[in-house]
Design a protein around this ligand. Structure first.
Ligand SMILES: NC(=O)c1ccc[n+]([C@@H]2O[C@H](COP(=O)([O-])OP(=O)(O)OC[C@H]3O[C@@H](n4cnc5c(N)ncnc54)[C@H](OP(=O)(O)O)[C@@H]3O)[C@@H](O)[C@H]2O)c1
Length: 262
């Protein structure tokens, strides 16, 4: 299927590894000119972008830096992928509600919600002019609050709600806005030592490898495997293409059957 994305332009937040990098790669391979942002630029991001921008996207200044560069490099924006999110594991407490202070709530909301709010504000004038599309990466934790770190699931629920609002306001002006909500995806967040998956294994009292092997069964993943970043990239590319021209305000779950609700 030709997605007819050749020649379009895109901004991808959190694009240096994981899902953001897979989206940047997929879009680049479809002929899109991608500007990607992360705090640390990687060789992979440089490979799959026309400009790789170093910025802390949890801040207003970081979003301004990224979009100033994107406007200068691209001339206009057809596609926005609000991907940045999660949180630095060394700053995250995996306890219960009473263990978590305001700092964690603030950090997680700035990174998972406000980054998308600010990026959307920065991109919308161009997206309206070009009748563009936004895909925001939320999470199944938006539907499963107690399964994620305190503050993370709530920020993702707010993010899904924010995207729905924007889809209703700007759909009539030609901008399609959707969310993609993954379950566990095999990104560095889960697979690299020292990151979230390793920390979760540690607090569960098992080795990292053992934890990852048992994860599909423990999480009730019907397909018996986690999702690969490239699979999220393919879904996102379809959603921003004109092939999905009447899909708007939708939340696409990609989780191998983790969610059990109808
Ligand atoms: N992996 C999963 O299982 C899963 C499931 C559901 C939803 N998600 C969501 O999918 C998105 C991507 O997750 P992932 O698993 O690909 O994460 P990841 O492997 O940890 O990658 C995160 C990306 O965001 C960048 N980033 C993090 N904090 C940043 C900041 N303050 N400013 C700028 N860039 C920042 C990272 O680069 P730097 O560290 O260099 O800045 C990296 O490029 C997140 O929104 C996450 O919540 C993931």
């Amino acid at each position: 299927m030709d997605l007819q994305l050749n020649g379009k332009t895109a901004v991808v937040t959190g694009a240096s590894r994981g899902i953001g990098l897979a989206v940047a790669q997929t879009l680049t391979e479809e002929g899109v000119r991608v500007v990607g942002g992360a705090r640390k630029v990687t060789a992979e991001l440089e490979k799959y972008s026309v400009a790789a921008i170093s910025a802390d996207l949890s801040t207003t200044e970081g979003i301004t830096t990224l979009f100033d560069a994107a406007h200068a490099e691209l001339g206009g924006i057809d596609i926005l992928i609000n991907n940045v999110g999660g949180g630095d594991v060394e700053q995250m407490t995996l306890g219960g509600f009473l263990d978590i202070g305001d700092e964690q709530w603030d950090r997680l909301f700035e990174l998972n919600l406000m980054s998308a709010v600010r990026a959307t504000r920065a991109a919308l004038p161009s997206l309206i002019e070009r009748r563009g599309a936004i895909v925001t990466i939320s999470s199944i934790n938006a539907h499963l609050p107690a399964a994620g770190p305190v503050g993370y699931s709530e920020a993702k629920a707010a993010l899904t709600s924010f995207s729905k609002r924007i889809s209703e306001e700007f759909g009539p002006r030609g901008v399609r806005v959707n969310t993609v909500s993954p379950g566990v995806v095999g990104t560095p967040l889960w697979r690299e030592p020292g990151r979230f998956g390793a920390k979760l294994a540690e607090v569960s009292g098992v080795g990292h490898e053992e934890f990852l092997t048992a994860l599909p069964r423990e999480f009730g993943i019907a397909s018996d495997r986690i999702t690969e970043p490239e699979e999220v990239g393919a879904l996102v590319a379809f959603l921003v293409s004109e092939r999905a021209g009447n899909i708007l305000g939708a939340d696409y779950v990609i989780d191998g059957g983790t969610l059990k609700v109808v």
